[in-house]
Design a protein around this ligand. Sequence first.
Ligand SMILES: [Zn+2]
Length: 293
Amino acid sequence: MTSKNNLPIYWGPDYVLDSGVETRTKSGPLAKILIGGEVPGVNLIAPLPITREELLAIHDEQYIDGLINDEKPELTRSIFASTGGVRDALDAMFVHGKAGSLSSGLHHAKRDHEYGLCYINGLALAALRAISKHGVKKVAVRDTDSHCGGGTFQLVGDNEKIVIADVSCNSYDIWQPNSDRHHLKVVKSANEYLDAVKQALKHIDGVDALIYNAGMDPFEDCMTGGMPGITREVLAERERLVAQWCEDTQTPAMFVLAGGYGGKNLDLDGVARLHLPTIREFARIRITPKSKN
Ligand SMILES: [Zn+2]
C-alpha cells in the first residue's frame, strides 16, 4: 500500500460543451486520452458542481444570479461543474499531496463580470478556501498561462496570505504588483522563458500550498497567446521544473489546465495533448501532505 501514488483529477462530462472555444471543449478529448490509460497513476473523479453560496465568497451576487438565470443553461452547467472540480481538487490535494482538475476559464474573471473567456475565478476561490477551510498560512497562485492574471489580482491581490507569481508572454489583462507578495514577468522572447519560470518559483518559496494555472497557450502554434520558440520541449521542461519544485519542497499542489488554443497546425485533439506534460509530471512526483495537529 505504501507504493500507492495516485493522482486524483477532477472531470465530468458536464464540463464539456460540444462546440465553441477550447476553454470549454478540450477537456472532453483530454479526458478520453486519460481514460484510455495513456498516463499511468491517474484517477479521474467527477466533482460536485459549485454552489451559489460558495461563489459569493469571490463574486458579486447580481453577477452570479445572472449566470444562474442565463438563457444558455449548458454554459452555466459547464462553468459550475468545472469550478466544482477546482474546489474538489483543492480539497484532494490536502489529502493526497497533489491533485488536478481539467478546468479552464479562470484567471481573467472579475468580481462582477466575465472577462477574456473566464467567468468564475476558481484560482481565487481555491486560494481563499485553502486559507479558510484548510488553515494554510501562505498559499501561492502560480500562473503560467500566456496572458496575465488580472482577475486573480483584483480578487485576492490584497490578501496577505496569498502570494501571486505570474509569468506571461502577452500583456493582456496586465496588473501592477503593489506588494512584495506579487511577482509578474511578461517575457519578450522565448529564450527568457524558462529563466522567468525559475525566478517565479523562487518567489513562491516558503508557501504551504500551490495552486497552479498551467496554461499551455504560450506554445508557438497556439493562435491565441503563442510565442515563437516556445516549443513542446520548452513547455515539458517548464512542467518538470514546477513539479520537481513541488516534490523537492514537499509542497501540496494542484493544477488546472487554463489556456491552450488551436491554430493552423493544431486541432482540438492536439490542444488536449498539449496538456499531457502537466499531468505526466504531477503523476510522477510524490508529495506527502503534512498531517494536521
Ligand atoms: Zn491565456
